[in-house]
Design a protein around this ligand. Structure first.
Ligand code: ZN
Length: 158
């Protein structure tokens, strides 16, 4: 593996000072893109961000609703214990199912929140594995992506 590519490294060494002054730096144009892609514009980034924010709000609602349902079912299960074993089994299954759904929602929520944090930090679009650009087109399709296509495929082949 003798890779001599220099993509994604330009201008990095001149940074490093934390003297920007402002608290929230708007830096859409500084986010990495793949060769041949135009830099992010503020409005493109804002669009991806608001999509993520809407998703975060929806996931939070869903998790809260599922949790209150779960709480109700738990009370049911205790009150109905000993009634009918099939019914209790079905309830337990439903509860498992609900817990699994909730787990997935939490995972998605965490990924969405991390994407927003990466936007704020100016590291959005950097592949977490190889450090190159994930690519704007890919992020517009999968805003939560943390790996470039190559690294993602390598991971899936394992
Ligand atoms: Zn990568």
């Amino acid at each position: 593996m003798a890779s001599t590519t220099t993509a994604g490294r330009s201008g990095e060494e001149s940074r490093g000072g934390e003297d920007e002054g402002g608290m929230s730096v708007s830096n859409a144009a500084e986010l990495p893109v793949r060769p041949g892609e135009d830099p992010w514009t503020e409005s493109e980034l804002a669009e991806v961000r608001s999509g993520l924010e809407a998703e975060i709000a929806g996931l939070r609602d869903g998790i809260a609703a599922a949790e209150s349902q779960l709480a109700e079912r738990l009370t049911d299960a205790v009150e109905g214990a000993g009634d009918d074993p099939t019914d209790t089994g079905a309830k337990a299954y439903q509860r498992e199912h609900q817990l699994a759904l909730n787990y997935n929602s939490r995972e998605l929520l965490a990924q969405s929140e991390r994407a927003i944090q990466r936007m704020d930090a100016g590291t959005y679009g950097v592949c977490e594995s190889c450090g190159k650009a994930i690519g704007k087109a890919r992020l517009q399709a999968f805003p939560r992506a943390t790996l470039c296509v190559q690294c993602k495929q390598r991971e899936e082949r394992r």
